[in-house]
Design a protein. Sequence first.
Length: 151
Amino acid sequence: MRTVAPRDGRRRVLLSTVSSDAHTWNLVFLQLLLEEMGHEVVNLGPCVSDRLLLDSMRRVRPDLLVVSTVNGHGRLDGARVIRKLRADPVAGDVPAVIGGKLGIDGDEGTAAARALVDAGFDAVFTDTADASSIGRLLGALPQRAAEGRAV
Ligand code: B12
């Protein structure tokens, strides 16, 4: 395991989905978009268990957690995992956003967004959101200390 310090302006993003979600291209799209913006992305891939996400947050120590989910269960799975993350004494304060198709039958409006913010996300992007707005958000974030980060 090696420890790295990201270059200036570059942020480290942990990209994940929720445990039930097998969709992959949303993750690939977001990884490419964020890398094109110059950020470093650790992509956990599909069907990420809550345990793997929490362990990865401690290991990777990202500047931002981005959760992408499209299968319709993100509203429930996302709320569950962010509550666990917020209770974590090591990685619980890392900024976290979620986006995609958050509910079923187009049920992804204000109610789902409010529930996810109440559960602990800093921002919620519904399906019509411009994904590049994550870049503006990243630019405004302070870079976390690089010590102890592992890749
Ligand atoms: C391909 C696909 C599959 C493949 C996935 C293969 C793979 N390896 O990825 C397979 C066949 C496995 C599959 C399975 C299922 N699928 Co499917 N699938 C699709 C499909 C056709 C395309 C998804 C895709 O790849 N899009 C391309 C990527 C690049 O775009 P995207 O996913 O839309 O993501 C964009 C935005 O959402 C946004 N975004 C996403 N995340 C985030 C995060 C942030 C922070 C931000 C800012 C933006 C953002 O940015 C992305 C780029 O614009 C969609 C329908 C569609 N046309 O979208 C259905 C769809 C996502 N699937 C759906 C469903 C219901 C299922 C199943 C439950 C079906 C079933 N009964 O088995 C299962 C679920 C499996 C599981 N455990 O998750 C529904 C979800 C309904 C909902 N949310 O309301 C959809 C929308 C189809 C539909 N219209 O009903 N699926």
